[in-house]
Design a binder for this molecule. Structure first.
Ligand SMILES: *Cc1c(COP(=O)(O)O)cnc(C)c1O
Length: 450
């Protein structure tokens, strides 16, 4: 199926799901319905997992070992990890919480990769005991691993993360491959390359190399440059070792996502094309591959649905006060120019709303003036009881809840559409209750400071 056909299918499913969410009482314009819900398109997630798997499989010789590990931080929900595991995708974890989620989802240690820049000795011990793959971030971590690995062969594949220092993308805070990024061992610093080769020759159990140099705002060609440098370093290490000591390259994730339309772009096939151009040898089957995509697997498949509670006009600007704000779209609220989100207007019944567009601000519920999902956005005039849909929020948005104003985490439901057009919802995360908010905020310790 073409990317365009995929997008049409996704839009049709989304509109059916919005109407069904209202009909089935998951969200609504009336006061007795929840004002906010988050939806995940199960078929869309499966389609992205298949597109990823197919794009690499089509380019690699049959039998090349490949592990696609989902970056859990993008959507840390156990049923989602389970769905992805069912589609053949493992987990990339960055700490004990994410590792616990991967294990709860039943993802095997052999299909799990641990990548945090600040792993404790206890976390490293646990990973090695389980057989989880580990990528060391720095030389001090390697020394810690020396003590843990000892003389015996490690069950876990172990690698080192490098920073290719290939340069920044459009978003500074998300650029991992600048000259001074905090991640990995810098490859272009004076003497660094020789030290790295030495570190491998001294440690026969180091069999992998890792880079994660892409993210939102990073062009494909720049990501591919980092992978090219990774491959060249592996060849250099193996030549110095006189054997294929490095047998697997972990090329990270970082495929950007199109937030401007429903088109999934760039596609995994386009990324594989950019990699083939920059590093043809990556696809000769000489190395096993690990990937760690997060945003590109989930972002397009998440939708926030929020009620418009009130509308008003201030300084001649219409403002819609909704229930979706900084708690769900933290990056958009604090860095709106870098993280623009679309706003889809629906009426109280969940039907797409038309009308002559008027520039409106779309505000969230939090108590600070900047809590806006959009400013001066051209939309049909919104009214109390309408709903707004915020698409492309399946990664790093509602799944990375921000507890400002003690705003509760809304429920997340996955949905599927039957061939007859019926929508079935499955709860993935219950709404956080007020009792939970009180309890997580020290409620049971009420008298602790008296
Ligand atoms: C965040 C992260 C990823 C996933 O990045 P996306 O941009 O979501 O694909 C992969 N690997 C590492 C090490 C990461 O930190």
């Amino acid at each position: 199926m073409s990317a365009e056909t995929h997008a049409q299918g996704a839009v049709a499913r989304r509109d059916l799901a919005v109407r069904a969410a209202v009909e089935q009482g998951l969200v609504g314009g009336a006061d007795d319905a929840p004002p906010l819900v988050c939806l995940l398109d199960t078929a869309g997630i499966r389609a992205s997992a298949a597109a990823l798997t197919d794009a690499f499989a089509a380019a690699l010789p049959p039998g090349t070992p490949v592990l696609h590990a989902f970056a859990v931080k993008a959507c840390p929900l156990v049923p989602v990890l389970r769905l992805l595991a069912d589609a053949g995708i493992g987990c990339e974890v960055a700490g004990p919480g994410e590792l616990a989620l991967a294990r709860a989802a039943g993802v095997e240690p052999e299909r799990t990769v641990l990548d945090s820049p600040a792993k404790t000795a206890a976390e490293l011990r646990e990973a090695l005991a389980l057989g989880v793959a580990v990528n060391a971030d720095n030389l001090q971590e390697l020394e810690r691993l020396d003590a843990l690995v000892g003389a015996g062969p490690a069950r876990s594949p172990i690698g080192v993360r490098i920073n290719p220092q290939t340069g920044a993308g459009a978003i500074g805070a998300l650029s991992t491959a600048t000259a001074t990024s905090k991640f990995g061992i810098a490859l272009r610093d004076p003497g660094a390359r020789a030290r790295l080769v030495r570190a491998y020759l001294d440690r026969p159990w180091l069999t992998r190399l890792h880079v994660h140099s892409g993210s939102q705002g990073v062009p494909l060609a720049l990501i591919a440059e980092g992978v090219r440098d990774l491959h060249a370093l592996a060849e250099e290490i193996n030549a110095a070792a006189g054997r294929r000591q490095v047998d697997t390259l972990d090329i990270g994730g970082g495929l950007p996502v199109n937030f401007a339309s429903d088109e999934p772009s760039p596609t995994y096939a386009q990324y594989v094309g950019a990699l083939r151009e920059a590093v043809p040898a990556l696809f000769d089957g000489g190395y096993g591959l690990v990937t760690e995509f997060g945003r590109s697997l989930l972002a397009k498949h998440g939708l926030v649905l929020a009620r418009v509670e009130y509308t008003k006009s201030t300084g001649a600007r219409p403002i819609a006060l909704t229930h979706a704000g900084v708690q769900l779209a933290t990056r958009t609220v604090y860095a709106p120019a870098q993280w623009p989100l679309r706003i889809l207007p629906y009426d109280a019944k969940g039907a797409p709303k038309d009308g002559d567009p008027v520039a409106q601000d779309v505000a969230g519920p939090a108590c600070f003036a900047g809590d806006l999902l959009a400013t001066a956005r051209e939309l049909p005039p919104l009214a109390p009881g309408d709903l707004i849909g915020v698409p492309d929020t399946g990664a790093y948005f509602f799944t990375a809840h921000y507890g400002y104003n003690s705003l509760p985490r809304p429920a997340v439901h996955g949905f599927t559409v039957t061939p007859e057009g019926r929508v079935r919802f499955a709860e993935v995360r219950p709404a956080q209750s007020l009792a939970e908010i009180v309890s997580e905020s020290g409620g049971p310790l009420r008298d602790a400071l008296l």
